[in-house]
Design a protein around this ligand. Structure first.
Ligand SMILES: Cc1cc2nc3c(=O)[nH]c(=O)nc-3n(C[C@H](O)[C@H](O)[C@H](O)COP(=O)(O)O)c2cc1C
Length: 404
C-alpha cells in the first residue's frame, strides 16, 4: 500500500519516526511529507533514511512528476502525525501552500490526523471548530491523549503513541479496498410528508449515520448510490464531493420508495438507514391551511406509507444483501434485543442494525452505538464510537455474512 505520512511542526514529530518505521516494516511504500516547520524538529536525512524515499516540503521540487498532485492521487492513505493546531486550521480551510496541503486536496483516500498541542490550544474554540469541520469531511481523528505535555503541563493534547496510531492505520489499510467492485445503495435522512405547501410531518434524523455508511463504503472501493431524504447539509456534503458516490434526492416516503426500487435492482447491498415516515397525510392541501379556515382545531387523517423494506425483500435479486435499521427507545437490553429479533424476522432482512434512541441519544449526535443481528437472529457484532467508526463496523459485519 502507498502511505503518506505528513509531519507538522510539533515536538511530537520525533515520535513519528517510530510510526514511519512501523509502516515500512509492514512493507508499505511510505512517503514522508513534512511541513517546513516540521524540519526544525526532525530533519530530512532521518525521514529519507527511514522511508527510503526522497523527502521535500515544496511543490516546486521534482515538478516533471507533478508531485504536488501525484502523491495524493497515488495514496491509499494519508496520516498526519503530529497535526499542529496551525495545520489543522489549514486543512479545515483547504489551504494548499505546501506539498502536504496539495497532497491532501488531491487525494480521495482515507485521511487520519493525530493532533498534538498544549491543552489550551486543543480546547480553543477555533481548534474545536476545525476538528468538527474535518470530522464532517470524514477525516479520522486519533487522540489526543490526556497526559504530561512538553514544559511540564498535564492535560489533553498529548499525541497518541505511535504504536496506537499504527494499529489504527493498519486497521484502515487492511480494509482499504475490501469493497472494490461492490455496488451499494444507501438511504439516509428523514422523509417529510406534506400537510400543505409549507408544512410537513418529519422526524429528527440528520442523515449523518446514513451518509457515514455511504462514505465508508466508497472509501473502501464500493460504487455507491446515496438516496438522501432530508439531511443536514454538512452531513451530506462530504458524500456529494466523493467521486465514488452518486447522490439522489427524495423528499417523501413515496419518492424514496420509487428511488429505492429504481436503484436497488442493480445493487449487491442495500442499506436502509433512512428514517422513513410510517404515515402520510391522506390528502395534503394544495393551499396553505389557515387558522380561520380550520378554527381552533385541525384534524389530520393519516394513512400508512409503503413498507419499503418489505418490498425490497420481496423483490430481492439473487445474492443481494439487505440491511435494515431499527431505532428503538427500549432501554432494557434484553427487551431491546427481543424487539429487534421480532423486527428482523418480520422484515426478513439479512442484517439488522439496532440502535437505542431517545431524547438525547442517536439522532442529531456525532456518536452512535449499534448492535448487528444476523439472519439467524444471532448477534454478529456491535460497535460504538463516531458514526463513521460505527459505519465501518457495519461494513465489516456485511462482509462477514457475504463472505462466510
Ligand atoms: C518547541 C516547540 C514546540 C511546539 N509544539 C507544538 C505542538 O505540539 N503543537 C502545535 O500545534 N504547535 C506547536 N508549536 C508551534 C508550531 O511549531 C507553529 O504553530 C508552527 O507554525 C506550525 O507549523 P506547521 O503547522 O506548518 O508545521 C511548537 C513550537 C515550538 C517552538
Amino acid at each position: 500500500m502507498y502511505v503518506i505520512v505528513g509531519v507538522t511542526g510539533g515536538i511530537a514529530a520525533y515520535k513519528s519516526v517510530q510510526l514511519v518505521r512501523l509502516l515500512v516494516l509492514d512493507s508499505h511504500e511510505v512517503h514522508v511529507v513534512p511541513t517546513e516547520d516540521a524540519l526544525r524538529f526532525v530533519g530530512i536525512p532521518t525521514w529519507e533514511a527511514l522511508s527510503r524515499n526522497p523527502v521535500t516540503t515544496s511543490v516546486h521540487d521534482d515538478v516533471a512528476k507533478v508531485r504536488h498532485v501525484a502523491l495524493g492521487q497515488a495514496a491509499d492513505l494519508i496520516v498526519v502525525a503530529p497535526a499542529t493546531a496551525n495545520f489543522l486550521a489549514k486543512m479545515a480551510a483547504g489551504l494548499a501552500d505546501d506539498l502536504l496541503g496539495t497532497s491532501l486536496l488531491a487525494t480521495t483516500a482515507p485521511v487520519v490526523v493525530a493532533p498534538a498541542m498544549h491543552t489550551e490550544m486543543w480546547r480553543h474554540p477555533a481548534t474545536a471548530h476545525n476538528i468538527e469541520v474535518l470530522r464532517g469531511r470524514g477525516v479520522h481523528v486519533v487522540g489526543p491523549e490526556d497526559g504530561p505535555l512538553t514544559g511540564g503541563d498535564v492535560g489533553p493534547g498529548r499525541m497518541t503513541e505511535p504504536e496506537r496510531i499504527h494499529a489504527f492505520v493498519a486497521g484502515l489499510l487492511g480494509r482499504a479496498r475490501d469493497l472494490a467492485g461492490v455496488r451499494v445503495v444507501v438511504t439516509a435522512g428523514g422523509t417529510r410528508e406534506p400537510i400543505d405547501p409549507v408544512r410537513y410531518i418529519g422526524n429528527r434524523s440528520s442523515g449523518r449515520q446514513g451518509a457515514a455508511v455511504a462514505l465508508a463504503a466508497a472509501d473502501r472501493g464500493a460504487t455507491v448510490t446515496l438516496i438522501a431524504a432530508h439531511v443536514e447539509t454538512d452531513a451530506v456534503l462530504p458524500a456529494s464531493a466523493h467521486p465514488g458516490i452518486d447522490v439522489v434526492r427524495a423528499e417523501t416516503a413515496e419518492q424514496l420508495a420509487k428511488a429505492v426500487a429504481a436503484h436497488a435492482v442493480e445493487a449487491d447491498v442495500v442499506v436502509m438507514a433512512a428514517a422513513v415516515a410510517d404515515y402520510r397525510v391522506a390528502e395534503a392541501s394544495d393551499r396553505k391551511l389557515t387558522k380561520e379556515e380550520t378554527g381552533g382545531q385541525l384534524t389530520l387523517s393519516l394513512v400508512a406509507t409503503t413498507d419499503i423494506l418489505a418490498g425490497l425483500v420481496a423483490a430481492r435479486p439473487d445474492g443481494q444483501t439487505i440491511v435494515g435499521f431499527a431505532a428503538e427507545t427500549e432501554t432494557d437490553a434484553a427487551k431491546l434485543r427481543e424487539r429487534a429479533r421480532r423486527k428482523r424476522r418480520r422484515k426478513g432482512v439479512d442484517l439488522l442494525a439496532v440502535n437505542e434512541v431517545g431524547w438525547e441519544k442517536g439522532f442529531e449526535s456525532a456518536d452512535n452505538e449499534l448492535m448487528f443481528l444476523g439472519s439467524a437472529d444471532e448477534v454478529i457484532g456491535s460497535a460504538s464510537g463516531t458514526k463513521r467508526e460505527v459505519a465501518d463496523a457495519l461494513w465489516d459485519a456485511v462482509r462477514s455474512i457475504r463472505l462466510p
